[in-house]
Write a protein that binds this ligand. Sequence first.
Ligand code: DAH
Length: 338
Amino acid sequence: MKKRIEELRSEFHKRLEEISDKRALNDLRVAYLGKKGEVSALLKGMKDLSNEAKKEAGAIINTLKKDVESAIKSYFITLEQEELYERLQKEWYDITWPEKTSVGSIHLLETAMRNLERLFTSMGFDVLNGPEMEDEEYNFTLLNIPDDHPARDTQDTFWLSNGKLLRTHTSPVQLRGMLEHKPPFKFVAPGRTYRNEAIDATHEHSFHQLEGMVVDKNITVANLIFTLKQIISYIFENDVEVRLRPSYFPFVEPGFEMDFQCQICHGKGCKVCKKTGWVEYLGCGMIHPNVLRNGGIDPDVYSGFAFGGGVERLIMMKYSIDDIRHFTAGDIRFLSQF
Ligand code: DAH
């Protein structure tokens, strides 16, 4: 029996040396000190011994038990310290680091675009997207602006080596929409547009437009005026007067320019509205029969209106922003005001 006990002792120490985590240590504890463990087995094995031998064996087994217990306990503490040390290596943090880091926010242009989308979807419009890299056909030809038309000169843009161009307006989405949907329909197409412009406080090479289009039977200019008034009043959170002036765009007939009452002086006349009380805002009109035909729609059955305008200009007016370049300059002092 003595021999067996010594074997168990040295086996225990050998196994203990191989252990590197608390779970394995616990398994070892159960294997030796548990109900069905080695020490219990030794105690059970004593029943056939003489009284004298029992006494002697009992004492040795007890010593073994105590040794095993204390070895496990102290190794447990060692493992815990190692674990703590490892965590401290990984989980430190610098108490000198500034607590308040600033959180970003949505750009005011993006907010305005999302609000406009919300307005139009609430009026039953769909929101369509079109490519910024556009075909010449969609940007000009199908919009009733043929190759030799002087209207092309007013919208110079960036031509790409693959023969395409960066769209000069969101109007090409009108055709994409017409070719994909059967009337009646109402949609808006917000998005980025480009022009080869000399940049100044009111001109940028990249800006945003919102295009709108409604095609149904019996659509008239009255529907157009109502819709435009909604946009302006929604943006300025106020009931804003609008007016139409005759104008020319090849893709509408009749064509108009819409003005709204200056929101700086409320019609009295100031520097911003050049003392007229009105601010010129967007192009609009009744969709030209040629454009409807190009979109696969019969102009004898359907009519429609369309409009398109710059988004930056509206926001500039709303917040009295004096330079369009602020939008993209990335100056946090400007951006954090909105
Ligand atoms: N696409 C024109 C531009 O960028 C604006 C415009 C005028 C859009 C009349 C329209 C429209 O839909 O009917 O100058």
